[in-house]
Design a protein around this ligand. Structure first.
Ligand SMILES: C[S@@+](CC[C@H](N)C(=O)[O-])C[C@H]1O[C@@H](n2cnc3c(N)ncnc32)[C@H](O)[C@@H]1O
Length: 296
């Protein structure tokens, strides 16, 4: 397969081997979560650039439908000219809306995308949840506290690290931030406190694993769609296992048990509806209020 010209490589060195390594690590993490791809499955590389990672999925392309999308028309143009077939590509926008049906993809991955999404990150996560199949996997990489610790040591990529550390706000905020963005738009470098980020993910996704240094100094998070029905099912199991022994010991308790279980269900369903409503209203405020944003 053709290799993109230097100006489309987004600064990645060892272009072929780094992409291959990041794909290998990603599949190790995904397979450890008891997931495997099957014939007819669909895969999305969101923010694919010039295809540094997607090109290493060639061996899956006969069995799976594989898409790459990016906001950079220049990169997608090159991908369409040089990597399609076997892959499919589309240029998308910065608005969290993708041209795919609900639950379309079995695997979605975003290598170093949330490291540059300085606005509407929660809305992007919701959009990815929408197009992820119920048992599918979402793999994302972020800058987190561990990344910041690595920046304190002598680490590779001195130029980027020097650039990031030259902003006063980085040193000022690193111990007390939820989310921190250095720069805006295309040049933004976004950092998360890992606890803050996992709390953000929690209403939408089940967190399957967190792996530090999975993609250079970035931490990988593997997610699965969390459905409202699923969590109600879990709560129902808790209710029945907690209350049922008393039914067997005292059969006369069966009426009391039924009433209590029904009451619990109504309470949990109400909490569920309220938390979804409150989450959606928080999304409209987006990350702007959640963290510090600095424009140099
Ligand atoms: C650091 S590069 C990573 C490229 C590729 N994932 C890789 O690992 O080689 C980030 C890419 O995300 C793209 N990007 C940034 N924001 C995006 C968005 N909202 N939707 C899609 N792509 C986006 C950029 O154009 C760029 O190609």
């Amino acid at each position: 397969m053709p290799v993109p010209p230097e100006n489309l490589r987004l600064g990645y060195e060892e272009y072929l081997s780094s992409g291959e390594g990041h794909v290998k690590t990603m599949f190790e993490i995904i397979e450890a979560s008891d997931f495997s791809l099957n014939e007819g499955n669909k895969i999305l590389d969101l923010g694919c650039g010039a295809g540094r990672m997607i090109r290493h999925l060639k061996n899956l392309s006969a069995a799976c439908e594989i898409w790459g999308t990016d906001i950079s028309a220049e990169h997608i143009y090159w991908c369409k000219q040089n990597l399609s077939p076997p892959f499919n590509f589309a240029t998308t926008t910065k608005i969290p809306h993708l041209p795919f049906e609900d639950r379309y993809f079995n695997l979605i991955y975003c290598g170093s995308l949330f490291t540059h999404i300085d606005d509407l990150a929660e809305a992007w996560l919701l959009e990815l949840r929408r197009i992820l199949s119920p048992n599918g996997r979402l793999y994302i990489t972020i800058h987190d506290n561990h990344t910041m610790e690595l920046f304190d040591d002598e680490y590779s990529f001195p130029e980027i690290v020097k650039h990031i550390k030259s902003h006063e706000i980085f040193e000022e905020s690193k111990d007390k931030m939820g989310m921190l963005s250095i720069g805006r738009d295309d040049s933004s470098q976004v950092f998360y406190d890992i606890d803050y980020f996992t709390k953000t993910l929690n209403p939408m996704f089940e967190i399957l694993s967190i792996t530090q240094e999975a993609y250079y100094y970035q931490t990988a998070i593997l997610l699965k769609r969390k459905s409202g029905r699923q969590s109600i099912k879990t709560k129902w199991k808790v209710i029945t296992t907690t209350l049922s022994p008393s039914v067997f010991i005292y059969p006369s308790n069966i009426v009391a048990f039924s009433i209590s279980a029904a009451t619990f269900s109504i309470v949990f369903a109400t909490i569920e509806i309220c938390s979804v409503a409150s989450f959606q209203s928080r999304c409209s405020i987006a990350s702007r209020t959640a963290g510090k944003v600095f424009t140099p």
